[in-house]
Write a protein that binds this ligand. Structure first.
Ligand SMILES: CC(C)(COP(=O)(O)OP(=O)(O)OC[C@H]1O[C@@H](n2cnc3c(N)ncnc32)[C@H](O[C@H]2O[C@H](COP(=O)(O)OP(=O)(O)OP(=O)(O)O)[C@@H](O)[C@H]2O)[C@@H]1O)[C@@H](O)C(=O)NCCC(=O)NCCS
Ligand SMILES: Nc1ncnc2[nH]cnc12
Length: 287
């Protein structure tokens, strides 16, 4: 069992690094560009991923030994996730590289650990139904998240981007995504990736597909709702135009898109995290 948990933890670490290494990513950090970020570089993401690495195994272990309800597992995972966030912020000098990614990987790895406990004979690769079962278990873990996190929010000072967007627009961002069992993975990214070869061209198109659909609190927080809607429309149009294009043409279009988002100083951080999660499940499913 330990070997299985180590392998899954390794896939998660690889997915975080492969997302950061993919280029060109509009507005985001990659090896060739810091995107719309003045405080983050590709090396920051490498350091952040390494800091999170031991916690990825912890999340799996917490699920694997859990006895109790999904919500009780959520509480255990959140406590460990806060420690992970502190470790991340320590190595990044307080820069928020993977706050969202840590949250999502923590929930999903916790759910997978519990799933393995329930199915001791489970072998990799995951079937589609294994992926679905785990994402729906995350929904059970997170079913009280929005109500709990946003209770008395009007009284809270120093709101996060996501909290402010909820108050102003009712957007639920990453919390809503988790509480719904990651529909951006179940219904958008993974059905597409399962039909594609595991190569750079497919990952860049998956990123565009997600950018066109995600309620990305980073984009909205920095650029506002109108800007986010225009970027979504642009991403959707690019995806349609490039869906049969060669890699070189896709890269050229994304470099232009990158320059546009950099000039607007906006960055789809939520999309980046969902891409990392999609890469993770692709590895779990044997691609
Ligand atoms: C649940 C929390 C993690 C939420 O905390 P908070 O309210 O502070 O966070 P939000 O503002 O809601 O944003 C959360 C991050 O989630 C990513 N994200 C955004 N939209 C979505 C979406 N629709 N689906 C999935 N994920 C989404 C995004 O994270 C990535 O972007 C960040 C880097 O980009 P950057 O622009 O630099 O972001 P900022 O620094 O914030 O902006 P600037 O100041 O630079 O302009 C980075 O985080 C990426 O990962 C959102 O940022 C929290 O409450 C919590 O529970 N945390 C600790 C406990 C924990 O994690 N426990 C484990 C599981 S329970
Ligand atoms: N490559 C990236 N650039 C900016 N924000 C991110 N959040 C997660 N991955 C990111």
């Amino acid at each position: 069992m330990t070997q299985l948990i180590n392998q899954i933890s390794q896939y998660a670490q690889q997915a975080l690094l492969h997302e950061a290494a993919l280029f060109p990513k509009p507005g985001l950090v990659d090896p060739l560009s810091n995107g719309a970020h003045d405080d983050m570089s590709f090396l920051t993401f490498i350091d952040s991923s390494i800091a999170l690495s031991p916690f990825l195994s912890d999340y799996l272990a917490l699920g694997h030994t859990h006895q109790g309800t999904p919500q009780e597992l959520f509480a255990k995972i959140r406590r460990q996730g806060i420690l992970a966030e502190e470790a991340m912020l320590q190595v990044t000098a307080g820069i928020n590289t993977h706050k969202g990614a840590n949250f999502s990987f923590a929930l999903i790895l916790g759910a997978i650990g519990y799933y393995i406990q329930q199915q001791p004979d489970l072998k990799l690769p995951f079937k589609t139904n294994d992926t679905l079962a785990n994402l729906m278990y995350v929904a059970l873990m997170s079913e009280n998240l929005i109500q709990a996190d946003y209770a008395d929010l009007v009284l809270k000072e120093d709101l996060s981007a996501g909290e402010r967007l909820y108050l102003e627009h009712g957007f639920t961002g990453i919390r809503g995504e988790a509480a719904a069992g990651y529909p951006m993975l179940r219904k958008v990214a993974l059905p597409f990736l399962r039909k594609q070869p595991a190569e750079k061209r497919s990952f860049l198109l998956t990123m565009l597909l997600l950018m066109g659909q995600v309620e990305d609190s980073n984009l909205i927080h920095r650029g506002g709702v109108k800007s986010w809607l225009a970027i979504k429309e642009n991403a959707n149009q690019l995806y349609v135009n490039l869906t049969n294009a060669p890699l070189e043409q896709i890269e050229d279009a994304l470099r232009l898109f990158d320059q546009q988002l950099i000039s607007q100083h906006v960055s789809p951080g939520g999309t980046a995290d969902l891409l990392a999660l999609a890469l993770f499940f692709s590895k779990l499913e044997g691609r």
